[in-house]
Design a protein around this ligand. Structure first.
Ligand SMILES: [Fe+2]
Length: 377
C-alpha cells in the first residue's frame, strides 16, 4: 500500500513522506509514535506476487550494501588500541584451523539467522525453529572447551558486529550459562532460541538510527529502547515457549527496577530473561567498539562487580562470573603495567582480582594492589 499524504508525528515532524510504500517496519514505527491510521492510495494495493517481488528487490539492495558496511567497520581505528600482546595471541587464534572453520560456520549460521528473521519481519514468512536451532547447534564441536569457545567468540567479534552475529553469540553464551546451572537439554534448546530472537525488535529500527555514530536525539534513544516491546509484539502470537517471548520483552530489565522498557520489579522477571540479560551484556562488553578495544574477560568481570550483583539474578551472575574466572585459572595474563603473570588463585570475594605470580616467582594479590589484568595471553 502506498501512502498518499505524509504521516506526521504529534509534534508535526514528518515521519513517512507521501508516496512511500508501507512495510511492516514502517507500521511498527507508526505504532511507536501512537499513529493508528494513514491515507492510502487504494489503487496501489499490490497482489501477493507483487509484494514478494518488491520485498525481494528491497532485500537484495540491502544485502548489496552489507560488504560496504563491514569494510567500513574493519577500517575503523579504535581510539584505545588493542595491546600488542593481545594482538599476537589473537593472531595465533585466528590462524588456527579450528578458528577458520568456526569463522566460516558462524558466517553461514549468521546468514541463516538473518534470512529467517528478516524473512519473518519484512516478508511475513514463517520462522523455521528447527532450522534455527540446528544451525546454531552446528557450531558446537565435541570436545571443545569453554575457553576455546570464548577465544573463537572474542576473535570473531571484531570483524562482524551485526545484530545477527550478536544474537548468535548471546544464544551460545546463554546456553553455556544454562549448562553451568545444570538446566535440562530441552530448556537449553529453548534458551538458544531465546538468544537468537531476543533482539528481533531491532529489525524495525531504521539502520541510520541503529548505527548512528553521533549522539542520539531523545526520540531516537526512545526508539532504540522500544525494541524489546517491538520484538515482543512481533512474536507474541507464535506457538513457542512463552519464556522465549518474555526474554525478548525483558532482556533489558534489571532486578533493581532500573531496566527498560517497563522498569519491572524482579518478581515479574522470568529466568530466561535474566540469563539472556547477562549474556547480552557480556557479549556487548567483549565486542570491539570504535571508541575502545574489546574488554578482556577479567575487565568484564570487574565491570559486572562494579555494576552490582543486585541488578542481575545473583545466583546466575555468580555462577557465570565464577565459571569464567575459573576457566582462566593457571592462564598467563598481562597486567596493566605490562608485566606478564600467571593466575594462581581466584579471590571468591572479588573475582576480577585473583592472586597472580610474576615470572620472578613473586606473587601479587590484585585485590590489594592498584594493578589489574589487562589481557589474557
Ligand atoms: Fe536488546
Amino acid at each position: 500500500m502506498v501512502i498518499t499524504e505524509p504521516v506526521n508525528t504529534k509534534r508535526g515532524q514528518e515521519l513517512i513522506p507521501a508516496g512511500t510504500t508501507l512495510t511492516k517496519q514502517l507500521i511498527s514505527r507508526m505504532e511507536f509514535y501512537g499513529i493508528s491510521s494513514a491515507c492510502i492510495d487504494e489503487t496501489s494495493i499490490l497482489t501477493e506476487e507483487e509484494v514478494q517481488l518488491a520485498l525481494r528487490a528491497a532485500m537484495e539492495q540491502k544485502l548489496a550494501q552489507l560488504p560496504q558496511e563491514v569494510a567500513e567497520e574493519e577500517n575503523a581505528e579504535p581510539q584505545n588500541p588493542i595491546p600488542q600482546s593481545e594482538v599476537a595471541y589473537s593472531q595465533k587464534v585466528k590462524r588456527s584451523k579450528s578458528f577458520q572453520e568456526y569463522s566460516l560456520n558462524s558466517t553461514l549460521v549468521t546468514k541463516t539467522l538473518q534470512d529467517q528473521l528478516e524473512g519473518f519481519v519484512l516478508h511475513q514468512k514463517p520462522l523455521d525453529f528447527d532450522l534455527l536451532l540446528n544451525s546454531a547447534m552446528s557450531l558446537i564441536t565435541p570436545g571443545q572447551t569453554v575457553i576455546q569457545y570464548f577465544d573463537m567468540l572474542h576473535n570473531l567479534r571484531s570483524s562482524d558486529d551485526s545484530v545477527y552475529s550478536h544474537s548468535l553469540n548471546v544464544a551460545m553464551i546463554s546456553r553455556i550459562l544454562g549448562k553451568w546451572l545444570k538446566w535440562s537439554s530441552s530448556d537449553l534448546d529453548s534458551l538458544v532460541l531465546a538468544g537468537l530472537l531476543h533482539d528481533i525488535g531491532k529489525i524495525t529500527i531504521p539502520s541510520e538510527i541503529l548505527n548512528k555514530e553521533g549522539k542520539l536525539t531523545d526520540e531516537e534513544f526512545e526508539m532504540i529502547r522500544w525494541h524489546p516491546r517491538a520484538g515482543y509484539d512481533l512474536i507474541r502470537d507464535l506457538k513457542i515457549d512463552s519464556r522465549i517471548k518474555k526474554a525478548t520483552l525483558q532482556h533489558h530489565e534489571r532486578c533493581d527496577g532500573s531496566g527498560y522498557p517497563m522498569k519491572a520489579d524482579e518478581i515479574m522477571l522470568d529466568d530466561f530473561s535474566m540469563i539472556v540479560a547477562i549474556a547480552d551484556v557480556y557479549d556487548a562488553m567483549t565486542a570491539a567498539r570504535k571508541y575502545r578495544a574489546p574488554l578482556c574477560p577479567f575487565q568484564v568481570i570487574r565491570e559486572f562487580e562494579r555494576d552490582g550483583y543486585h541488578k542481575y539474578r545473583t545466583e546466575y551472575l555468580l555462577t557465570f562470573l565464577r565459571q569464567i574466572a575459573s576457566t582462566y585459572q593457571n592462564n598467563r595474563v598481562i597486567l596493566n603495567d605490562g608485566q606478564a603473570a600467571k593466575i594462581i588463585l581466584l579471590n571468591q570475594n572479588s573475582l576480577s582480582e585473583p592472586l597472580v605470580q610474576l615470572d620472578d616467582g613473586s606473587c601479587i594479590d590484585l585485590a590489594t594492589s592498584p594493578l589489574y589484568i589487562q589481557s589474557i595471553v
